[in-house]
Design a protein around this ligand. Structure first.
Ligand SMILES: [Fe+2]
Ligand SMILES: [Fe+2]
Length: 365
């Protein structure tokens, strides 16, 4: 589904609020920059911050000001001190929850690359990729793609925050990875653009941020943790660890996603994004673990545990994401936000991914 050119790359329209904090932020962003109430978010203590809709949307609203911004929102909000203070309150709660979730990973004597390999080998996440390969129906696959679109339409951007914060071998390795992610400077090969074609083939809105409204907190959390790591220099080790874990757990699942789309009758335009990652990430995982994270820790040994924290946090939140999808589908429910919360205008449907007919099965297998 094509979208007007001005919506393709952002900024996205402001999403709907999910609670008192996001309501206050959205109402503020609609007006010129001004001071927020000083007690906004003070004492914030949600039961489970990682799946708290109001907290995760508030963080996402704040972080997006550093990416493409929001349609109609004054760009000066990016550095508005009271909004930054609110963001910091939310971040403290979120980071504490991440650290509770994964503990403090210890660095093995063999080094940080070995530590990353151990974390990945121990990752016993639910088999989302196998489900998508073998059993998911078209509606479920479209849900999965809508969830992932929040990241893939700006693929690689959060990790680019690390570039000016690094020098030497780690920087060279990160540049090598990011160069591939950005299609070596060719628009039609940028991974975000390959993903846009997958969305299009599946009949989904290809606009930047088009699906933010329908994805739940856990999906926003998979994005917010990258922004948290990316926007804080002190967390640069965690950011690189996150990228390494991402690359080290990418190749096989992407093969399965591509096979799942082929099983559903989609062509190579739809599967290209996933097919591209099978080969590319088999290379990237070596660069990421040894050259990038290893290179960082050789220069800054104190960052080794941060690298493993970032990797463990990424894997853990992704497990929660996968469990949410599989549990929803096992219960016969959509994994997207549905039905529309009662406080929203009745004309607004959050359920809706537009209908699309499955493609005809391929003539030859
Ligand atoms: Fe990629
Ligand atoms: Fe990659």
């Amino acid at each position: 589904m094509s979208v007007p050119a001005d919506r393709r790359y952002g900024p996205a329209t402001l999403p709907r609020a999910r609670g008192p904090l996001s309501t206050a932020v959205i109402e503020a962003l609609r007006r010129p920059p001004h001071d927020l109430p000083t007690d906004l978010g003070v004492g914030l203590d949600p039961a489970d911050p990682i799946v708290d809709e109001d907290l995760q949307l508030t963080l996402f609203l704040c972080y997006e000001l550093h990416y493409r911004g929001w349609l109609g929102v004054d760009e000066s909000w990016e550095w508005q001190p009271t909004l930054l203070a609110l963001r910091a309150r939310c971040e403290r709660v979120f980071e504490a929850a991440l650290r509770r979730l994964v503990g403090a990973p210890s660095v093995p004597a063999a080094g940080v690359a070995a530590g990353l390999a151990e974390l990945v080998a121990a990752d016993d996440g639910p088999a989302l990729a196998a489900q998508l390969q073998r059993r998911a129906d078209l509606a479920q696959f479209r849900e999965f793609v809508a969830h992932r679109s929040v990241y893939h339409l700006r693929e690689a951007d959060p990790h680019s925050w690390a570039l000016p914060r690094l020098g030497g071998p780690a920087k060279a390795a990160l540049v090598e990875i990011q160069t591939d992610e950005y299609g070596n400077g060719r628009l039609d090969r940028m991974h975000a653009e390959l993903f846009r074609r997958t969305l299009d083939r599946l009949g989904l809105d290809t606009g930047y941020g088009a699906h933010v409204d329908v994805v739940p907190a856990v999906t926003l959390a998979t994005n917010n943790l990258m922004s948290l790591f990316g926007l804080h220099r002190r967390l640069r080790g965690a950011l690189l660890g996150h990228l390494a874990a991402f690359e080290m757990t990418s190749s096989l699942p992407n093969r399965r996603y591509g096979n799942g789309l082929r099983r559903l009758g989609f062509d190579e335009v739809a599967t290209r994004f996933y097919d591209e990652h099978v080969e590319a990430d088999a290379v990237h995982e070596q660069i990421a673990a040894h050259d990038m994270c290893g290179g960082l820790v050789r220069l800054e040994p104190a960052l080794a545990s941060d690298v493993l924290f970032g990797a463990a946090a990424g894997l853990a939140v992704d497990r929660l994401f996968a469990a949410h999808l599989l549990d929803s589908w096992a219960d016969g429910r959509s994994s997207l936000r549905t039905p529309a919360p009662p406080d929203l205008p009745p004309t607004v449907s959050l359920v809706a991914l537009p209908a699309v007919a499955p493609p005809s099965p391929p003539a030859l297998v």
